[in-house]
Design a protein around this ligand. Structure first.
Ligand code: COS
Length: 384
C-alpha cells in the first residue's frame, strides 16, 4: 500500500541520491577498512534510515511494507553492507518490539532505534540450533523480578555495535519445542552478557557478527516481550516473515546494480572489433538476468501488498525470499562472467558483490528452509 505517492517519490529520490553520491563512492573504502565511516552513519541517521519501518507515533517513518520494499530496492544499488547497519533496527532487531512489545517497551526502545542512537540485534541462532530454531537451548529461568539467562547465540548480525538485543530463550525447560520459548529485550552492559571476537566472513566487510554469551545474566521480568511467556518463537517467526520480504527486496536491488554494471561493461568492452554486448551469448546473460529481476521484483511487491492488507504472508515471504536470493546469486555469477578476467579482480568491485550476495541465500532462513515452509503450508492447506 502506498499512502501518498508524491511523498514517497521524494523519499525514494532522496535515498537514491544518497546511495549514488555518498554510498557508492565509499564502497571499496568500507570493504578495505571493514568499517563504515562515522560521517556516513551520521548522514544515515539524519535521513531517518534507522526508522523507516518503525511507527510514526514512536518517531519513525512508519512506511508500509510496499513503501519499505520500494526504498529497499534503491538501497540495494550499493554494497549491502551499508543497509546491514540500519536494517536490523527496521527489521529483525526492532520488529519483535514493534509487533509484540508492550506499550511501555515500545515507548522506551523504539524512539532510540529510530534515531540510530541504539542499534538493535536479533539473537535466535545458537551453536547447535540454526535451521531448527525451535530446538534452541539458551535458558531463561525466573527468579523473583528477574529472569536469569544462560547460553550462547551465534552469527549475530550487528552484535558488536548493538545497544539492545531481542533474545529468544527457553523459559520452560520441560517443554522441548517452540512452546517453551520466550523473547526478551536485553540491554548491552547487563552484567553476565559478553561478546565473542568478531567473525571473519566471506563478504559483507564493514558489517559485523559475533557470538553473544549469557552467563547468569539477570534480565528484569519487565523485559519479557509482550509480558507473556511461551510465545517467543511465534514472535521470532512473525519477525522473520517480514524480514524475508526485505531480504528478497535487497536481493532485487543488488541484482539491479550488478546488471547495470555488467551492461555498462558489455557496451564499453570491445572484442573481435565490437562491443561484447553485440554478441548473442552475452545478450542471453543480460536478458535472462533482466527477466528474472523483473519476476523477483513483482513477487516482492505482491508479497508486500498482501502483508499491508493484513494477510498471512508466510508462504509468499518464503517464495519471494527463495526466488529473489537465488536469482541474485545467478545474476552475480553472470555479471562476473560478463566482466571476464576483470570480474575476478578486486578493483572492478563485481567480485565483492558476488561474495556479498552469497549470504542472501543463507540468512533469515536458508533456501532449504523456505522450501520447507512453502511445502508445509501447501500441505496444511490441502483439504482433499
Ligand atoms: N507466524 C506465526 N506463527 C508461526 C509462524 C509464522 N510465520 N511459523 C510458525 N509459527 C507457529 C506455528 O503455528 C506453531 O504454533 P502452534 O504450535 O501454536 O501451532 C509454532 O510456531 C511452531 O511452528 P512449527 O511447528 O512450524 O515449528 P518447527 O520447529 O517445525 O519449524 C521452521 C519451523 C523450520 C519453519 C523454523 O524453525 C524456521 O523458520 N527455521 C529457520 C530459522 C531461521 O530463519 N533462522 C535464521 C536466523 S535469524 S537471521
Amino acid at each position: 500500500m502506498i499512502r501518498d505517492q508524491e511523498t514517497l517519490n521524494i523519499l525514494l529520490d532522496t535515498v537514491s541520491r544518497f546511495v549514488r553520491e555518498r554510498l557508492v563512492p565509499n564502497e571499496s573504502r568500507v570493504a578495505e577498512t571493514d568499517h563504515i565511516p562515522d560521517e556516513i552513519v551520521a548522514e544515515m541517521r539524519e535521513l531517518g534510515l534507522f526508522g523507516l519501518s518503525i511507527p510514526e507515533e514512536h518517531g519513525g517513518m512508519g512506511l508500509t511494507m510496499e513503501e519499505e520494499v520500494l526504498a529497499t530496492f534503491e538501497i540495494g544499488h550499493t554494497s549491502p553492507t551499508f543497509r546491514s547497519l540500519f536494517a536490523t533496527n527496521n527489521g529483525i532487531g526492532g520488529q519483535g518490539i514493534v509487533i509484540d512489545g508492550t506499550p511501555e517497551q515500545k515507548a522506551h526502545w523504539l524512539p532510540k532505534l529510530v534515531t540510530g542512537e541504539v542499534i538493535g540485534s536479533f539473537a535466535l541462532t545458537e551453536p547447535d540450533s540454526g535451521s531448527d530454531a525451535a530446538s534452541l537451548r539458551t535458558s531463561a529461568i525466573r527468579d523473583g523480578e528477574h529472569y536469569v539467562l544462560n547460553g550462547t547465540k551465534r552469527y549475530i548480525t550487528n552484535a558488536p555495535e548493538a545497544g539492545v538485543f531481542t533474545v529468544m530463550a527457553r523459559t520452560d525447560p520441560a517443554k522441548k519445542g517452540a512452546d517453551g520459548i520466550s523473547a526478551f529485550i536485553v540491554e548491552r552492559g547487563t552484567p553476565g552478557l559478553s561478546l565473542g571476537p568478531p567473525d571473519e566472513k566471506m563478504g559483507h566487510k564493514g558489517s559485523h557478527t559475533c557470538d553473544v554469551i549469557f552467563e547468569d545474566c539477570r534480565v528484569p521480568a519487565a523485559n519479557l516481550i509482550g509480558g507473556r511467556e511461551g510465545v517467543g518463537f511465534k514472535t521470532a517467526m512473525k519477525v522473520l516473515d517480514k524480514g524475508r520480504i526485505n531480504i528478497a527486496a535487497i536481493s532485487v536491488g543488488v541484482a539491479e546494480r550488478m546488471l547495470a554494471d555488467a551492461l555498462r561493461y558489455a557496451c564499453e568492452r570491445k572484442q573481435f572489433g565490437k562491443p561484447i554486448a553485440e554478441f548473442q551469448l552475452i545478450q542471453a546473460m543480460l536478458a535472462d538476468s533482466k527477466a528474472e529481476i523483473y519476476a523477483a521484483r513483482s513477487m516482492v511487491v505482491d508479497a508486500a501488498r498482501r502483508r499491508d492488507e493484513g494477510r498471512d504472508v508466510g508462504t509468499e515471504a518464503a517464495c519471494a525470499k527463495m526466488f529473489a536470493s537465488e536469482m541474485c546469486g545467478r545474476v552475480a555469477d553472470r555479471a562476473v562472467q560478463i566482466f571476464g578476467g576483470a570480474g575476478y579482480l578486486a578493483e572492478y568491485g563485481i567480485e565483492r558483490f558476488y561474495r556479498d550476495v552469497r549470504l542472501f541465500r543463507i540468512f533469515e532462513g536458508t533456501t532449504q528452509i523456505q522450501q520447507l515452509v512453502i511445502a508445509r503450508n501447501m500441505i496444511r492447506g490441502f483439504n482433499g
